[in-house]
Design a binder for this molecule. Sequence first.
Ligand code: ATP
Ligand code: SF4
Ligand code: MG
Length: 337
Amino acid sequence: MNSAFPKAAAAILEVVDLSLDYKLANISLPALRDISFQIHAGEAVALVGESGSGKTTTAMTVAGLLSPNAKVTSGEVRYRGKRLPISDEEAMRPHRWNDLSVVFQGAMNALNPVQRVIKQIAEPCSLKLGMTRDEAMRRARELLELVGISAERGAAYPHELSGGMRQRVMIAMALACHPSIVIGDEPTTALDVITQAQILKLVTRLRKELNLALILITHDLSVVAESCDRVMIMYAGRIIEDGDVAEIFENPRHPYTRLLIESIPDPTEGKRVLKPIPGDPPSLRNRPSGCAFRTRCPSAMDICAVEVPFLEIEQSGRVACHLYSAGSQEPKVKSNV
Ligand SMILES: Nc1ncnc2c1ncn2[C@@H]1O[C@H](COP(=O)(O)OP(=O)(O)OP(=O)(O)O)[C@@H](O)[C@H]1O
Ligand code: SF4
Ligand SMILES: [Mg+2]
C-alpha cells in the first residue's frame, strides 16, 4: 500500500488543511495553503522544494515555533490524535523535545558558544525529564556515544568541534527526551559532501533503531533517495506532489517534480543532461492566480490561470495539477504548449 494513503495503524502526526499568513506592514501574505499530510511511527518523509516554498514555515508551525507576525488562518496539527496548541508557544512547550524536536541547519548558531557541549545535551534532560545533575550527565554521555562521539569529547566547546561533530551534538540534543518525531531542517546543508553522507547515514540508523518518525527538509532531491521512504514536494506554500520516493523518481507526475528531477546532476556523466528550472519561484507578494507554477510550466493551459489545482489522491500518491484527474495517472487534457 502506498504510504501517501491512510494506513491501518493510526498516524503519529496529522497536519490537516493548514494555512498560514505572514503579516507585513498590515498586508497578509499567503505562506502556506491547505497543507495536509500524515506521518506514521518509523516513517521517513522528505519535504522538498526551492527556497521560499514554505518548508521551514511548515516545520516551525508543526513545532509551535511561529514568528510573531505569523497567523494560522485555518487547519490544525494533531499528535497521536490530539490537537496541538501550535499557536501558543508556551502551551507547546511540553510537546517540544518530549514528543517532537527540531534539528536546525546551522549548529554553530544553535549551540551556546561558551558552554561545553555535554552540558548543553544534559540541560534538556534535567529541565524536561526532571533528571538529577548526575543522571542528566549520564544520559548526555550515552547520547554522545549514540551519535558517534566519545563521551570525553563532550568536554569540548562548540568551536573546538568540526561542523559534522556539531551537527551530531544537535542530533544528540534532539533525541535527549525520547521524542517520537524529529524534524531535520536542512541538517546537512552546511556540510561537505562526505560529512553530509555520514550524518544522513547516522540519522537513518537512529531512526530505525529508535522507530522515529522523521521529516527531513531539504531543497536537494538527491539526498532524499537514500534517507526517506516518502517525499512531499512543495511549491509556493502548497504540497504539489506526494508519494513513495522510488515511484516519484521513476514516474514523476507534476511538471515541477519532473523538472526538479531533471535538474539533479547525474554522477554517471552523460546519462542525464543537467537542466536548470527556467524562471524563479514567485515571491509571497506576487503569487500567480490559479496554479502558482503556471508561469514556469511547460504544460500550462488556460484553466491553470483561473483554478487552483488541489492535491488529489490517486493510485500511487497525490498530485495537484490540472493535467490529472482524481484516480487516474493519465493526463486528462493534452498540453497546449
Ligand atoms: N517572519 C516572516 N515574515 C514574512 N515573511 C516570511 C517570514 N518567514 C518566512 N517568510 C517568507 O515565507 C516564505 C516561505 O519561507 P520559508 O522559510 O518557509 O521557506 P523555505 O522553503 O524554508 O526556504 P529555504 O529553502 O530558503 O529555507 C518565503 O517567501 C519567506 O521569505
Ligand atoms: S496545473 Fe497547469 S500550470 Fe500547474 S503544473 Fe499543472 S499543467 Fe502546469
Ligand atoms: Mg528553510
